[in-house]
Design a protein around this ligand. Structure first.
Ligand SMILES: Cc1cc2nc3c(=O)[nH]c(=O)nc-3n(C[C@H](O)[C@H](O)[C@H](O)COP(=O)(O)O)c2cc1C
Ligand code: SF4
Ligand code: SF4
Ligand code: SF4
Ligand code: FES
Length: 597
């Protein structure tokens, strides 16, 4: 009897692309074939493999074959050819965007090969609804070690020596946070997991909670054992349905297996966990606002003269860590701090998970050692820019991060380097832009998000962000004046200096970084009334270069208002009266014949 496993990615991205139907069809087909063949495949639903745009993804093991964009209609062929005979179906294999080659094993693609997986180590491999899968992959061994072999002081000193810094954005050393809480003798103490993840486009924490919930639990239980904590909370935004479901299931299973609850693994340690649903406000991801929200108060930040490790939930000592931070803990305890410390760069140990999105060929979830250059991340793993467009900037750090230009692609991706460049690591959002991105409009978009999400407690943040938004909108609409640039800078400094929490303090980043690196685009908008990216409609006019146009007609086909005229093989022209400035023609033309005037 020859056992095979067929793994179907059932993360949110693949589910949206129909992986449940593929899973159902596979189960049915395998059941139907069972009587005649000596193959016993076992279909597993796994978490996100990181390449959601190519989903649904199906992996067949031990053959190590991965298929992408699988449809229910492909299932019979997959079972007959690959599951039974071990043969490949070339059209379903991974298509490398650079070499244009089909690749049999997903592990051989540059996208996977160049990553180092710690936080994501099990995701896409194990079935998150089965605790046994996690245990078989080495799960809960670190908890046993923490309970039976290490003292609380040993655990804390391992955490300190590991150099792990919080992955939620601030980069605060985790071991020091734990030690501060440990040293305070007031009881009760609390532990919280921050699964709010409010950054637009970010899905790192969701994927961990969906695809490997036990690693988060194990990290939290280890901290509870070290700090003598009996109660903890996991704060998850309400939109994260699958993450909520899988975390709930994992808590129940961990209790059944005595990893959680009273007398953990038969020891004197007891710890219980509760899930709290967040309402979706971005500011509720901030530590003190999150704690207020758990207490049932309005989710507004407080001043941090006293850290929450001392005065946190209900005024008690509290350790709050991010989902990704928690998922690193079991591996650090199991493998030791020096193992972890050797990965990454000095002062920035370990790896970081990013959601790499925007105008990059391979979008998805990637985990890389800290210290990797932006270039390697965007071009090596991401495969470069889509179409034949030019890279313009990368936005890191979520809505209040900054934009880093081409000249700085050599920079290392770590907390300190990105901050020195006027951006930040944040929780791992990374948005790549190309020549068709207007940096003024880009800054305006983030500032409008922050204006919506400011809780309004501080005048500087509430009014300052609104004023920056008004000025940026004026510039995008062609109503900007040169003195606006000084005013923007002045307001940005005030917002940064006078605001209470991280939202206000970092809100000027999108404006200041674009003003620093892309001032020429601001000036063009104001003095020439021109948006070179062709995004700000009042400042844009598209035209076709008669020398470059070969009359292929591609642009014409994508022009909804029928504004392009011309016969086949003859240069085309745009009727400005009809043009709605959608930009489809410039994106479609492969000959760079469409220009922004
Ligand atoms: C406006 C704002 C939103 C935040 N949102 C999140 C979030 O969604 N998830 C998160 O882990 N940290 C978020 N943080 C950071 C938290 O305040 C806190 O530093 C972090 O959860 C601590 O965990 P760590 O040390 O493991 O990073 C946010 C901070 C600010 C100022
Ligand atoms: S800085 Fe902004 S989000 Fe933070 S407390 Fe003040 S008003 Fe609220
Ligand atoms: S797609 Fe380009 S080359 Fe083709 S007709 Fe349009 S402008 Fe000319
Ligand atoms: S910008 Fe849009 S509407 Fe205008 S010519 Fe091009 S495709 Fe047509
Ligand atoms: S959900 Fe399947 S690859 Fe992300």
């Amino acid at each position: 009897m020859y056992n095979k496993t067929v793994k179907v990615c059932c993360g949110t991205g693949c589910l949206a692309n129909g992986s449940n139907q593929v899973l159902g069809a596979l189960r049915k087909e395998i059941e139907a074939q069972r009587l005649d063949i000596e193959v016993v495949p076992y279909v597993k639903a796994t978490g996100c493999n990181g390449l959601c745009e190519r989903g649904p993804i199906v992996k067949i093991e031990p053959d190590d074959i991965a298929y992408y964009h699988v449809k229910p209609e492909d299932v019979v062929e997959i079972v007959e050819k690959t599951v039974i005979k071990g043969e490949e179906i070339p059209r379903l294999l991974y298509l490398d965007v650079v070499s244009k080659q089909r690749i049999r094993s997903h592990k051989d693609s540059d996208f996977i090969k160049k990553q180092t997986k710690i936080a994501l180590r099990n995701i896409g491999e194990i079935d998150p609804s089965q605790i046994q899968d996690y245990v078989d992959a080495g799960g809960y061994a670190a908890l046993r070690k923490a309970v039976f072999e290490l003292s609380p002081e040993d655990i804390i000193s391992e955490m300190k020596a590991s150099g792990l810094r919080g992955r939620g954005g601030g980069g605060f050393p985790t071991g020091i946070k734990w030690e501060t809480c440990y040293k305070i003798k007031r009881e009760p103490k609390y532990i919280i997991c921050n699964g709010d993840e409010g950054d637009p486009g970010a899905f790192m924490d969701r994927s961990v909670m969906e695809g490997d919930p036990h690693t988060v639990l194990e990290g939290m239980i280890i901290a509870a054992v070290a700090l003598g904590v009996h109660h903890g909370y996991i704060y998850i935004r309400d939109e994260y349905g699958l993450a909520l479901e899988n975390m709930h299931k994992a808590i129940e299973q961990a209790k059944e297996h005595h990893f959680l609850g009273d007398n953990i693994l038969g020891s004197e340690h007891s710890f219980d966990l509760e899930i709290v649903r967040g309402g979706g406000a971005f500011v509720c991801g901030e530590s003190s606002a999150l704690m207020a929200s758990i207490e049932g108060r309005v989710g507004e930040p407080r001043a941090k003269y006293i850290r929450s490790a001392e005065y946190g939930l209900w005024g008690q000592p509290t350790v709050l860590n991010n989902v990704e931070t928690w998922s690193n803990i079991p591996v650090i305890i199991q493998n030791g701090s020096s193992w972890f410390n050797e990965i990454g760069s000095p002062q920035n140990a370990g790896t970081k998970v990013f959601s790499l999105v925007g105008k990059v060929k391979n979008t998805g979830l990637v985990e890389v050692p800290m210290g990797i250059t932006l270039e390697e991340l965007i071009f090596g793993i991401g495969g470069g820019i889509t179409g034949d467009k030019e890279f313009k900037a990368v936005q890191t750090g979520g809505p209040s991060g900054g934009c880093i230009p081409k000249e700085l692609l050599h920079l290392a991706v770590d907390f300190d380097t990105l901050e020195a460049a006027g951006s930040m690591m944040g929780s791992g959002g990374m948005i790549v832009t190309d020549e068709r991105t207007c940096m003024v409009e880009f800054a305006r978009y983030y500032v409008s998000f922050l204006a919506e999400e400011s809780c309004g407690k501080c005048v500087s943040c509430r009014e300052g962000i609104r004023q920056m938004l008004k000025i940026l909108t004026d510039i995008c609409e062609g109503k900007g004046q040169l003195q606006d640039l000084d005013l923007l800078t002045e307001i940005a400094h005030t917002v940064e200096q006078a605001s209470l929490c991280g939202l206000g303090k970092t809100a000027p980043n999108p404006v200041m970084s674009t003003l620093k690196y892309f001032k020429d685009e601001y000036l063009e908008h104001i003095t020439e009334g021109r948006c070179r990216a062709g995004v700000c409609k009042p400042l844009t006019e598209f035209m076709i270069d008669q020398e470059l146009c070969i009359g292929c007609g591609l642009c014409k086909k994508g022009c909804a208002p029928d504004a392009i005229q011309g016969s086949l093989k003859q240069p085309h022209v745009i009727d400005q009266g009809k043009c709605i400035k959608c930009g489809n023609c410039i994106d479609r033309c492969r000959f760079k014949a469409v220009r922004v005037r």
